[in-house]
Design a protein. Structure first.
Length: 478
């Protein structure tokens, strides 16, 4: 007989059985896995699964939300049942070998009626009165990008300002001194309405009601190659209305360069309001950071060549593209291959695995990965405009460029004519390009022109300039 229970004090899932102790026991999810501590043997045994884990050398945090699989060798799990238990860090339920982990929100608040009640309180809230900032990055899936860099600068210069971070669950680590608020919780709705300033890098989801005195700084999240918003292919009145409604919620828009300023203003119909062209705060780390420390945290040996594969997402698929075999590429290039899925693919698929392959889709900060890499392999991702700050080589793996450019999204300029690195369509072509010792000289002119256009303001001080503006305009009070 096998049983399951939750030990809330120990923050653990405990599976107990009779007979010989299993050889292995693990809990495997899309972006995390934990091994059980196995004890006993003979007549009875016990597998204790911690419900917290440390990744990338960070603090121990609750496991990410998602569907997990219990794998216990030679054990029948069909009869296991644990009704949903809400703990401090997460909510968990067990049904046979399936384990469901979710954010620690009472189920009553996840019903239509529960969310309607919280939304009604939010709408009625006077708000906009707390000397606080509400930060959100990529819909709460991570704490990074421009909002994170602004948070760090603001915390150093105005420590009296309260800082809330919107997160999908408590597996997302927030900066020191900040307060995590789980999306959809009563605390999340209250903080969103109370803060004087909201700093976000994507659309404001759910119902948003601007409070008196409340400001929204939209930092956005990349210089665009692919067409955005009102510029996307096809006439869609509903999309156009949604874009205009959204952009009217923003008071200020941040742009990496003047090229982005022109595109973002038109693509989002952002007329009559300021765009700050200050470079990207997230790229300050590419000037000031320490690649050796990041490599150590990733477990990469000294002297290893590091390739970062970071493709963008596709509108016609939910998971990351699979145009390379990362383990084969590691052998072909004699390198460690870091695989970085887009934030929109974070909750789909599972981590890639293999010899000298590290899946860093769940790594909190992209800029640190760019700093640690010796070369970037991408496609149409805006990461190309950030990585060029480093001056290191780039390669563009674009087997679907005709479809992507012609039907799916379209481009603002001809990538083939201006890219500061080779465009290749197969993994063998990529391997040959990576082995080409004349790469840097061949693309030196293009690279210089690229940086002159896109990286003029990426000088390591963008966060300082943005926070200067925030404080000078009185968005918050130091």
């Amino acid at each position: 007989m096998t049983t399951a229970r939750i030990d809330e004090a120990a923050e653990a899932l405990i599976i107990a059985g009779t007979g010989q102790r299993p050889a292995t026991a693990e809990l495997v999810g899309p972006r995390a896995r934990v091994d059980a501590r196995l004890t006993g043997g003979g007549k009875t045994w016990k597998a204790t699964f911690p419900l917290q884990a440390s990744r990338w050398g960070g603090p121990e945090l609750p496991l990410p939300s998602g569907e997990y699989e219990l794998r216990i060798a030679d054990t029948d799990l069909d009869g296991l049942q644990v009704a949903p238990v809400v703990m401090t860090g997460l909510r968990i339920a067990v049904d046979g070998g399936a384990v469901r982990i979710a954010a620690p929100i009472s189920p009553v608040y996840e019903t239509v009626e529960g969310q309607s009640t919280l939304e009604g309180r939010y709408v009625a809230q006077s708000g906009g009165t707390e000397n606080a900032v509400f930060f959100e990055s990529f819909y709460g899936r991570s704490v990074g990008c421009n909002p994170q860099a602004i948070d760090r600068e603001l915390a150093a210069r105005a420590p009296e300002v309260r800082r809330y971070w919107s997160v999908v669950d408590l597996s997302v680590a927030v900066p020191e001194g900040a307060i995590a608020v789980v999306e959809g919780s009563p605390e999340w709705w209250h903080a969103r309405g109370a803060a004087r300033l909201l700093v976000v890098n994507d659309w404001l989801r759910r119902r948003f009601v601007r409070k008196p005195g409340q400001k929204v700084l939209q930092t956005w999240h990349g210089t665009p190659l692919k067409r955005l918003a009102l510029h996307r292919p096809g006439f869609d009145p509903r999309r156009m209305a949604a874009v205009v409604k959204e952009s009217r919620r923003w008071d200020v828009l941040l742009a990496q360069n003047t090229y982005s300023e022109r595109i973002l203003r038109k693509a989002y119909a952002f007329f009559g309001r300021p765009i700050w062209v200050e470079g990207y705060p997230r790229n300050d780390a590419l000037i000031t950071g320490d690649p050796a420390a990041i490599r150590t945290a990733l477990g990469i040996g000294e002297g290893e060549r590091v390739l970062l594969y970071a493709p963008t997402w596709r509108d016609d698929r939910s998971e990351m593209v699979d145009f390379i075999d990362p383990e084969l590429l590691a052998r072909q290039a004699d390198a460690v291959v870091l695989v970085r899925g887009h934030s929109r693919t974070l909750q789909q698929g599972r981590d890639r695995a293999g010899a000298r392959v590290i899946d860093v889709t769940g790594y909190p900060e992209t800029a640190q990965l760019l700093l640690a890499a010796d070369a970037l392999i991408t496609d149409y991702s805006s990461v190309m405009f950030d990585f060029s700050v480093t001056g290191k080589p780039m390669y563009f793996l674009v087997p679907d460029i005709d479809h992507y450019r012609g039907q799916l999204r379209g481009f603002y300029f001809d990538l083939a004519e201006r890219a500061p690195g080779p465009l290749v369509r197969t993994q063998d072509e990529l391997a040959a390009a990576l082995a080409d010792t004349g790469h840097a000289a061949s693309y030196a002119g293009r690279y210089e022109a690229w940086r002159a256009q896109f990286n003029k303001r990426d000088d390591g001080h963008a966060a300082r300039r943005v926070v200067d503006r925030i404080l000078d305009l009185g968005f918050v009070t130091p």
